[in-house]
Design a binder for this molecule. Sequence first.
Ligand code: ADP
Length: 544
Amino acid sequence: MLGLMMDRQLTITSIMEHADKNHPNAEIVSVTCDNPRHRYTYAGAFRRTRRLANALVDYGVQPGDRIATLAWNDYRHFELYYGIAGIGAVTHTVNPRLFPEQITYIVNHAEDRLIFVDPLIVASLEKISKDLPKVEGYIVLTDDEHMPDTNLKNAQSYEAFIGRHSAEFDWPELDEKTACSLCYTSGTTGNPKGILYHHRAMVLHTLIGISPGVLDLSVKDVVLPIVPMFHVNAWGLAYGPPAAGTKLVLPGPRMGDGETLQALIEEEGVTFAAGVPTVWLALLKYLSDSGKAIKTLERVIIGGSACPLSIMQELEDKHGVYVHHAWGMTEMSPLGTVNTLKPEMLKLSREEQYAIRQKQGRAAYGIEMKIVDDDNRELPRDGQSTGLLKVRGPFICSDYYKLGEPSDVHDDEGWFSTSDVGNIDPEGYLQLTDRAKDVIKSGGEWISSIELENAAIGHPGVAEAAVIGVPHPKWAERPLLIIVRKEGKDVSKEEMLDWLKDKVAKWWLPDDVVCIDEIPHTATGKIQKMELRKRFRNYTFQPD
Ligand code: ADP
């Protein structure tokens, strides 16, 4: 028997309409390249979004068309998220930090018709625009007054594009499975792959994301997404705040700038922020150099790569900010797990609590996860048994966009292979030990590069650390620790090994420690182990 409930579709248009009617006066504050502090309200934002929708329809954008953005976190990008998807087209967020060949590949693969581009990105886009034959025109995210000189085809300013259009628009009733946005993985192996999100997935991800025990957002909060809007929907932070009525603070192109972040936090009263470990390093350095504070900030989410204990402790001890470690993937919209302690755990010692809090956390409702062995057999949730992590759920991708070949990441029961390796404890906490391709196998046993890196980065002289496996005649592979020293600090191999010896198992201790000037990063700020492995491919351990 079917239930008797209304069949209202779950669309992100409904998030917009909810905010417009229920939180019209909640603010959105942005840094843009033409205004250091633009501010307006959700009502103002959605008025302009309706003008944008009229402009897109008038231009001839059809449902299903892909429209690209190459932009930082600001109010115009926010309007694009809703305006494009609201008319049934697809907001394709492109990461401007990717290599030019990757941007060319992605835009051509998606067959984007228009590109909305930040003025600061215009010059780099000009260099590749001749290789983007399907793009019909470029809209620069500024007004006529600040419009840069450009040879981009059919270029015009965003304000001119939406300017003459009405702020009245009847949003179409979309099927909830209509595609709304597209984001490519950074493609550390092979070409980038597109994840095509639909409205329903975004709404479910939003509802679960803002709920207590996950991000716990409400009208009382002021949210600063330091995770870019071009990377997995800013971890849901373009949708969660309007759904919850939360004030939104968008740092524009100044995302990596400690001074701007500190000023935004203090002056706008930010209570909640989210970002990858590297942005916190930049902010913490600025705070320590300037002696300034971030008093209003209560809690942050750190994810994207493992959160070093040293960042967690510095944020808490010096600034009173509680850190939640989280894990996710582009393929998962991205939320997978968030680390919050259960009440009985609050009675544990600080060290015991930190041991739990360094794990990636518990699955958000809606995410099923399991660890399997090489034969795809589920392993016990004992916090020890380690294997490949598989996931399933309504906001996890069922396939890649136009892959041209069957994807091999789903098994017969619909589980998606994450390429992450780890364990799950009896309380449900996931602990990642490695990415499958980074695993170090020494004498048949796994050594966690993540744990070694975290321990190494806690050393006061170390700015960054990476561990890779290097072939070894006896053990097959042994860990090599690569570090970047902090300015003016000297760290010897002996000192490093001495620092690590009571933090990891003895047989995990790296066989060598090398210092380099810079560790290569991907466009999303993650360590590029493949590059490091290439660089050290002729490295051999010296016999003891
Ligand atoms: P990519 O880096 O491949 O473009 P994502 O940005 O989607 O893709 O990154 C997802 C991956 O990042 C995860 O599969 C995992 O390996 C890593 N990751 C994300 N969060 C964490 C975390 N908290 N700890 C360790 N690894 C993480």
